[in-house]
Design a protein around this ligand. Structure first.
Ligand SMILES: [Zn+2]
Length: 691
């Protein structure tokens, strides 16, 4: 039900699908060892038994992958995770200190939030009790006509049913903030998990239904009642999956834009009183964007054909599932077992301190973040980063001039869009004011609800207000970055501006291969299959000549077909259209980062300083160091199950293909390593190129 926030991330963290479970098995209350700070450009990770022209991923990462098996509490372990783990540990130290001895009101607030999460005795003692108010609200429903009022009340905890409304930027007039409703309501990672007829998915569905049954028994059903309720809940999710747009369709802004009056959307679903819902949440909107009208008619079908009993089963399942991670082990363990272990191959739950750290960051991230950046983000990082961004902008502008396939008319427009990109680095200029979030040291569920209500209110208050371009979509510690199409801006949280991406003392080749490629990646998102549909003001508008658009499609189709051919698990390939935007950004990003490096090295006196083992580069040229630094960002091990889930859900390719796909399309790689045309990393066809 949540509205999709449209932005292009650098990556999704592992295990984003399915439940995050917050109740630990019997782990110690804090870390047993301090995570190591990752290093940049690690020569010991290279597997020199492999020819870089045959398999550059194995060459750059072979030893790292061999020496870094997936920890039992992870499903994917790579350089990103290493840094994220390190950042999370620093954050934990801050939270722990604040929980023990707060020095400021902010520290008191986030320290208490963290402490409440860590209080497992209290969580166990409460059992299913925190869930009871929701179950009572569901039991009190007398007819489906009560659903709008139910949703208005539940929204704040993310527990509304079927329909939700959020305020988003209007894609046609990005100065406006309008109401919008999306699709959702399913629990498995993707619609395909409900619809795919193969034995693998059939088996997952059976295990899923068993899991739902188990949860119904936990909230008091007899086994017979639990079977009926699970069948009801599954039927509703199955129908919703059938009526949902798939992830590739959702990438097209035109397909998810249908402005309707409240009366018009009510015509599509007469059994849901939209006006009553709008009144209940005090939203004065007269129109809204219905991103998926077919989803609305699907829900209407269910409301008019399903019984109230079946709908209540569905609501009960969603209530218990949403709350399970916050409840006692009897709830959280089976949830972990199905969603993490079975679906993703995770062997053990993350220790509670890790999960509570992330949870506190999610709820009060701009409070914790204020102190985190003071400790961990020197002002010089921001300045250095600004210089790198400007170098990348100049390289992209120069590259655009020489782009072989685009007419001058479209080039002028592309340049305007590039010049209009703004950047945000590190952390927000103004921090959110969380003073209305009520935090009690002994009320985990209450704290989560209060934070949810705060975010809900904050979002609804945006209706009709001017857009605030200084707002951030991420807190400071994550190892990530994003481009936001309606705002035409690139955003780099403080968390990523560290090794293995960046280190001020390292040479230009290494830093351009790391954070330089990341910056280029985010800038290129402005011109990928989605970003290219937005103009410099963030409005969906065709700014291309017809002829150039046709050539652009020809080129992106080349890349989609290429990535369709990459396998991530036996019988499971990447989806070239789902990953098209990210692959376009990877391929464009590396090219302009490489060109920015050349421009930097051409400045007299800019020669690289030696670094690394034995104080030498071991004979690697700047170009080779650039590519090795890039390749090593993506070293990773992954469970087969998780690779399968992400192939269906993640718009990013796996680390291996982010490296191999990119270098085989970039002739400078083959030149740098002396490859021969026809070798795997230097295809005789020259590969695919868009930007
Ligand atoms: Zn991206």
């Amino acid at each position: 039900m949540r509205i999709r926030i449209l932005s292009s991330l650098l990556l999704l963290s592992a295990g984003v699908c399915g439940a995050q479970s917050f109740v630990a098995t019997d782990t110690p209350p804090g870390p047993t060892s301090i995570p190591k700070k990752p290093v940049i450009f690690d020569l010991t990770s290279i597997d020199k038994t492999v020819d870089p022209c045959v398999d550059f991923y194995q060459y750059a990462c072979g030893n790292w992958n061999k020496n870094n098996p997936i920890p039992s509490d992870q499903v994917r372990w790579g350089r990103f995770n290493e840094l994220a783990d390190y950042n999370n540990y620093l954050l934990y130290s801050e939270l722990k200190a604040a929980a023990d001895a707060p020095k400021t009101p902010l520290q008191k607030q986030y320290g208490d939030y963290f402490a409440a999460c860590m209080d497992t005795d209290k969580v166990e003692q409460l059992g299913a009790k925190p869930l009871q108010p929701q179950l009572d609200s569901i039991a009190a429903l007398r007819s489906i006509r009560d659903l709008p009022a139910f949703n208005a009340k539940q929204d704040r905890r993310g527990g509304g049913a079927f329909f939700g409304v959020a305020i988003t930027q209007d894609q046609v007039d990005s100065t406006q903030q309008i109401a919008a409703t999306g699709q959702g309501g399913i629990t498995l990672p993707d619609r395909d998990y409900y619809l795919n007829p193969s034995a693998r998915y059939q088996k997952i569905r059976e295990q899923y239904i068993d899991h739902i049954k188990q949860m119904f028994v936990l909230i008091g059903d007899t086994p017979e009642q639990a079977s009926t309720e699970a069948a009801n809940a599954f039927w509703i999710e199955y129908e919703l999956a059938k009526g949902s747009m798939d992830r590739v369709e959702l990438r097209d802004p035109a397909k998810r834009y249908h402005i309707m009056t409240v009366a018009e959307v009510t015509k599509l679903s007469p059994d849901y009183n939209w006006q009553a819902y709008f009144n209940d949440i005090s939203l004065p909107a007269k129109t809204l964007n219905v991103s998926s009208p077919q989803y609305v008619t699907t829900v209407e079908y269910e409301l008019s054909h399903g019984t109230l009993t079946a709908i209540k089963s569905y609501l009960r399942w969603h209530a218990v599932h949403a709350e399970a991670p916050l409840l006692s082990k009897s709830f959280s363990e089976p949830t972990f077992d199905f969603f993490n272990r079975t679906l993703n191959g995770q062997k053990e739950e993350q220790p509670r301190w890790k999960r509570c750290t992330r949870m506190t960051d999610m709820a009060l991230g701009e409070a914790v973040g204020q102190d985190w950046v003071k400790q961990n983000f020197p002002g010089s990082s921001k300045e250095n980063m600004e210089k790198l961004v400007h170098a990348l902008e100049a390289a992209m502008a120069a590259d655009l001039q020489t782009l072989p396939w685009m007419s001058d008319t479209t080039k002028v427009e592309a340049r305007k869009k590039l010049d209009a990109i703004t950047d945000k680095i590190g952390y927000p200029d103004h921090w959110k004011d969380y003073s209305t979030v009520v935090v009690k040291r002994d009320d985990l569920v209450g704290n989560v609800m209060s934070s949810g209500a705060y975010e809900r209110k904050r979002n609804l208050a945006k209706f009709g207000m001017p857009v605030d371009p200084t707002e951030w979509g991420m807190t400071p510690p994550p190892v990530n970055a994003y481009y936001n199409p309606p705002q035409n801006n690139i955003n780099f949280p403080a968390g990523i501006l560290q090794p293995p991406f960046y280190e001020a003392t390292k040479d230009a080749a290494v830093n351009f291969g790391g954070i330089g490629v990341v910056i280029g990646h985010e800038m290129t998102h402005g011109f990928d299959d989605q970003g290219s549909k937005y103009d410099l003001h963030g409005n969906v508008r065709v700014w291309w000549t017809e002829d150039d658009l046709a050539k652009f499609h020809e080129r992106t189709e080349c890349m989609a077909k290429e990535y369709d051919g990459f396998q991530v698990a036996p019988g499971q390939n990447l989806n070239g259209h789902l990953t098209l935007g990210e692959n376009t950004a990877d391929n464009g990003g590396i090219r302009i980062a490489f060109q920015a490096l050349q421009a930097t090295l051409a400045v007299p006196g800019a020669a690289s300083e030696p670094l690394s083992v034995n104080g030498t580069f071991e004979g690697y040229t700047p170009a080779q160091r650039f590519f090795i630094s890039f390749g090593q960002i993506w070293c990773q091990n992954q469970t087969e199950q998780s690779a399968r889930v992400l192939a269906k859900t993640d718009p990013h390719s796996s680390g291996e293909w982010r490296v191999k796909g990119t270098v085989q399309n970039f002739e400078e790689f083959g030149k740098a390593f002396g490859c021969k045309a026809g070798q795997p990393m230097m295809p005789a066809t020259g590969g695919c190129r868009t930007w």
